[in-house]
Write a protein that binds this ligand. Structure first.
Ligand code: CMX
Length: 426
C-alpha cells in the first residue's frame, strides 16, 4: 500500500539523525570556510556557514534538487517536487495520488483570513497581503498547540510537517484570493476537488485556460521557483525565524517578506516592466541597438537591470532557459516574448562592458514575466506572489528537515568595525 509523505519521511529519519550525530561528534572540528573582511561587509557572500540538503546551486550549473539538475525536472508537477525536496526521491504514482488527496484535506482557508485581506488598504502590495494572510493563519498552528502541551524534541517535526501541509494546502488559494480581491476580479473562485495544485491555482486566479496551456505554464512556473538552497534571503530568513522554534506560519511569512525585496523576488515584477518600458519607449518591439541604448541609460542612471546577475550563479540560469524553451514552443510570435529573447542577446554584452556585475547572465526573473503576461496575468505587482507560492515549498521542506534534525538556533557572531581594524593591524 502507498505510504504517506509523513510515513516515508519518518522511515528515513533514524538514518538522517544518526548521520547528523556522526557529523557533529566525529567531524565537528573540520574547517569548511574562512571569512574575509570583504565577506563580513559584503552580505556574507560565499561563506559556508549553514547546511541545506533540499537543493544546491552550483555557480556553473544552477539549481540541483537532491542531485537532479532542474532541467531534468521540468516535466514534474509541484507536488512531486515537494515530496522530492523533503525525502530525496520522487513519489511513485500511488504515493503522489495519496499526497495530493492529503494536501486537499488541508485546503480550507479560515474565514477570518479573508476578512483580514478584505480589510487591508486597497493600496497594500499583494505581497503584504499574502504575508499577512499566512501570519494570520498562525492561529491554526499544530506546532504551537503541541509545544504548549509539552511535546518532546524528538516529535517537533511532526506538527511542523502538519503546519507545512496546511501552508502548502492553502497558499495557492490565498494567493488567488489576493489577486481577485486586490484587482477586483469578482468573487473568489473556490478550490476544486479534482485539479492538481498548479492547475487549481490557475483556475482560482480566473485565467483563461487556453486549451490547458495556462495550467501547463503554471506547473512549470511553480516547479522552477521551488527552492534555491539555504542562504538566499527568503530561505535564510525562514530558517533563522524557524530556528527559534517559531512555527511554520511565522517562519514562512517572514521568509516571504524577504522575497518581497527588489533585489530578490520583487525583481520578478520589475523585469517585465523594464522590457515593456523598452517597447513603450521605442513604439513596439525594439531593435538590438535600441535595447543596447536603453540598457546603458538604465545603468548610467545608477539602476540595475532587473533579471540579470546573481549572487551565486555565473552562467545563464537554467530556469531562464526552461522558460525560454517553453516560450519558443507555445508563444514564439508574441512580441513581448520576442523582446525578452532579444534582450537576452544584448544585455549580457552590455553588462560585461559595464564591468561591474560578476554575472552578466539572466536569472530566473528575466523570462518568467513574458509568459505570465501572455497567459493573461498582466498585473506585474502580483508576480512575486506567484514566486512565493512556489518558494514556500523550499522554505517549508527545509523547515521540516531542520526541526527533525534538531538544528540549533541561528546565532552567528557579529563583530564591530573597531574589532575589524584591530584584526587588520595584527
Ligand atoms: N545591473 C546593474 N548592475 C549590476 C547588476 C545588474 N543586473 N547585477 C550586479 N550589478 C552590480 C551590483 O549592483 C554591484 O554594484 P556595486 O559594486 O556598485 O554595489 C556590482 O555589480 C557587483 O555585484 P555582484 O557581486 O555581481 O552581485 P551581488 O551578488 O551583489 O548581487 C543581485 C546579486 C542579484 C542582487 C544583482 O545581480 C542584482 O541587483 N540584479 C538585478 C536584480 C535581480 O535580478 N534580482 C533577482 C535575483 C534572483 C533572486 O534572488 O530572486
Amino acid at each position: 500500500m502507498a505510504k504517506t509523505l509523513k510515513e516515508t519521511f519518518a522511515a528515513q529519519l533514524p538514518k538522517l539523525r544518526e548521520e547528523r550525530v556522526t557529523l557533529l561528534k566525529k567531524h565537528g572540528d573540520v574547517g569548511i570556510s574562512q571569512v574575509s573582511v570583504a565577506q563580513a561587509i559584503g552580505g556574507m557572500r560565499g561563506i559556508k556557514g549553514m547546511v541545506c540538503d533540499t537543493s544546491v546551486v552550483e555557480p556553473d550549473k544552477g539549481l540541483i534538487i537532491r542531485g537532479r539538475p532542474i532541467m531534468d525536472l521540468v516535466d514534474k508537477i509541484p507536488e512531486e517536487i515537494f515530496w522530492l525536496l523533503l525525502t530525496g526521491d520522487l513519489p511513485d504514482a500511488d504515493e503522489l495520488k495519496l499526497f495530493q488527496k492529503e494536501l486537499k484535506s488541508y485546503g480550507e482557508v479560515p474565514n477570518y483570513v479573508w476578512k483580514v485581506l478584505k480589510a487591508m488598504p486597497k493600496t497594500s502590495h499583494p505581497m503584504a497581503m499574502l504575508d499577512t494572510a499566512i501570519l494570520a493563519m498562525e492561529n491554526e498552528s499544530a506546532f504551537r498547540e503541541r509545544y504548549t502541551e509539552g511535546m518532546t524534541k524528538m516529535d517537533y517535526w511532526e506538527p511542523t510537517l502538519e503546519d507545512a501541509m496546511r501552508v502548502m494546502g492553502t497558499i495557492h488559494t490565498i494567493a488567488a484570493g489576493v489577486y481577485r480581491i486586490h484587482y477586483k476580479k469578482g468573487d473568489l473562485i473556490p478550490p476544486s476537488k479534482k485539479l492538481d495544485w498548479a492547475g487549481d491555482y490557475a483556475k482560482m486566479l480566473g485565467l483563461p485556460p487556453k486549451k490547458g496551456e495556462t495550467a501547463k505554464m503554471m506547473r512549470l512556473y511553480l516547479t522552477l521557483h521551488c527552492d534555491h538552497e539555504g542562504g538566499n534571503v527568503s530561505a535564510n530568513t525562514c530558517h533563522t525565524v524557524g530556528s527559534a522554534l517559531s512555527d511554520a506560519f511565522y517562519a514562512v511569512s517572514a521568509g516571504l517578506n524577504g522575497l518581497a525585496g527588489p533585489l530578490h523576488g520583487l525583481a520578478n515584477q520589475e523585469c517585465l516592466n523594464w522590457v515593456l518600458e523598452t517597447m513603450d519607449k521605442f513604439g513596439g518591439a525594439p531593435s538590438d541597438e535600441q535595447i543596447r541604448d536603453y540598457a546603458w541609460e538604465t545603468l548610467n542612471s545608477g539602476k540595475v537591470i532587473p533579471g540579470y546577475g546573481h549572487a551565486v550563479l555565473r552562467v545563464t540560469d537554467p530556469r531562464f532557459s526552461a522558460f525560454n524553451a517553453f516560450g519558443k514552443t507555445y508563444m514564439k510570435k508574441d512580441p513581448v516574448f520576442q523582446t525578452v529573447d532579444r534582450v537576452f542577446n544584448i544585455v549580457p554584452e552590455v553588462l560585461k562592458e559595464h564591468g561591474k556585475a560578476k554575472n552578466p547572465w539572466p536569472n530566473v526573473d528575466a523570462g518568467s514575466g513574458a509568459l505570465l503576461y501572455y497567459y493573461g496575468l498582466k498585473e506585474f505587482q502580483y508576480y512575486t506572489v506567484l514566486f512565493s507560492v512556489s518558494r514556500s515549498m523550499g522554505m517549508l521542506t527545509q523547515l521540516v528537515l531542520n526541526r527533525a534534525l534538531g538544528t540549533a538556533i541561528t546565532r552567528p557572531k557579529s563583530v564591530s568595525s573597531e574589532w575589524l581594524w584591530g584584526q587588520i593591524k595584527k
